[in-house]
Design a protein around this ligand. Sequence first.
Ligand code: NAP
Length: 444
Amino acid sequence: MLDARPLRVAIVGSGPSGMYAAGHLLESPAGTFFEHGLTKRVRHPISVDVIDRLPTPWGLIRGGVAPDHLDKKKIASIYEAIARRPGFRFIGNIQVGADVSVSELATWYDAVIYAIGCDGERRLSIPGEGLAGSCSAHRFVGWYNGQPDFSHQTFDLQTDRAVIVGNGNVAMDIARILLKSVDELQKTDIASHALKALEKSTIREVVILGRRGPKDAAFNFPELEELGELHDTAIVVEGGSALTQLSSNHCNGTNLETLRALCARQRTGRRRIVLRFDTSPLAVLGGSHVTGVRVASEGVEDEIKCGLLIAAIGYRGTALPGLPFDDIRGTIPSHEGRVIDSGKPVTGAYVAGWIRRGPRGIIGSNKKCARDAVMALLTDFELDRLPRLGTLAGDDVLARLRQQVPGATSFDHWKRIDQVERALGSNFARPRIKLTSLDELLKV
Ligand code: NAP
C-alpha cells in the first residue's frame, strides 16, 4: 500500500535531459509531453530536487551550445517554467560522488534519475596530442562559453591557421566562432575572456578534417548551411573522393548539393574554411607548441601547418562512484531508463540523456529519453517497487546538504546571478556578461 506523502525524486544534472525529466514528473505544460497522462494515472504528489555540480543550472544550454545560437539558448525559458512548478527545487554547487554519495542519495530519496551528461573528452591517441596549442573541443567550447572548469585556460590564437579534427556539429560551431567578427560575437553571450582573445586572433583559415567522405560527414545540414552565412569567407572542399563526388552528376544528397552551392557561391574571401574529407590525423607536430599536423589522405601522407589543433571527436561520459559504468561506451548501462548492474535493475536508479545513450542527438532528443526514465520510475512506483522507508523530508535533505556543502545554491540564487549577468551585459549592448569563475558566481 502506497503512503500519502509525496514521491520524492532527485535528478542529478540540470541540463536538457534532467530538466525534461523534471518537466515530465511535474506535468509541466512547458514543452514536455506525456504518454497517456502517465503522472495523472499515478495520482500522487511528486516533489523533485534537481542537483547540479555547478552553481548555475541548464548544463549544455549554458556551457555547450554555441554562443551565436541565441535562439537555441531560448530553450532555457522552458526550463525556467518547469522550475516554477510546485514541487521543484534546484540545488546547485553539489558534486554527487564527492560532496554527497550515490548511496546517500539512494537512502534520502525514493528514486534518483542520473542525467549527468558526458563531461569527459575523447582522445585522438596520436603522438604530439599533448603539445601546447593542441586541445579538445570540450576544453575550447567550455572556455568560450565561460564554463568555470575551463575559464582559466588560455589559447594562443596568433596563428594563420587552425585545424579541427572531426566534422560534427561541434566542429562547425568552433569554426564559426573562430572566424566570426568581434562585432558579431559581441552580440552573443560568449565569455568576455574569449571575446578579448578572439579580438586579437590572426586566424584566417580553419581546416576541418573529416576521416570519411562528404556523404558520411557528421555535421547536420543547418550547421553546414550556416557556414555559408559567414561574412567574407571562402568555402573550399578538399580530398580526392569529395571532389569526385562533388563534380559527379550521379552523386546527390542534401549535404553534397549544399557543398556544391557553397563552393560555387563563396569562392573568395579574406578568410577560408577548408572542408577536407577522407583525411585522418597521424601526428601533431611541433617542439613545445603545435606547428602542424601530419595527415593521411587516401593513403598519401601530407602535412598541414597550423598553430592550433582542436580535436572535436566527440565527448565521453565519466563513471560516477557507486554506479555501474560501461567503460567501452562511456555510459551508465541501462534498460528502458532503468540503471542495470550485472543484468539486473538497480532499485530506484534511472538514467537519461547522453550518459544513457552516448553523446549523440540534438537537444530535443532528450525529451523522449527523459520520458523513458520517468515512465520506468512511475511504473516502479505504481508497482510498489521503490523502497520508500527512510526517505528524508525535503527540509531534512537541505539541512544535510548544507551541512556537507555550505555553498549550495538555490533557484533564487541562480535568478540573482542571471539578473547580475544581464545587467552587466546591458551596459555593453550584450545579452549578458557571464560570470565565469566559481568565486564570482558564489559571491553573487
Ligand atoms: P560527433 O557528431 O560524434 O562528431 C565527431 C566527429 O569526429 C565525426 O566526424 C567523427 O568521424 C570524428 N572522429 C571521431 N573519432 C575520430 C578519430 N579518432 N579521428 C578522426 N576523427 C574522428 O560529435 P560532436 O560534434 O562532438 O557532437 C556531439 C553531439 O552533439 C552530436 O549528436 C551533435 O549533433 C550534437 N550537437 C548538435 C549541435 C546542434 O544541433 N547545433 C551542436 C553541437 C553538437 P566519424 O563520423 O567517421 O566517426
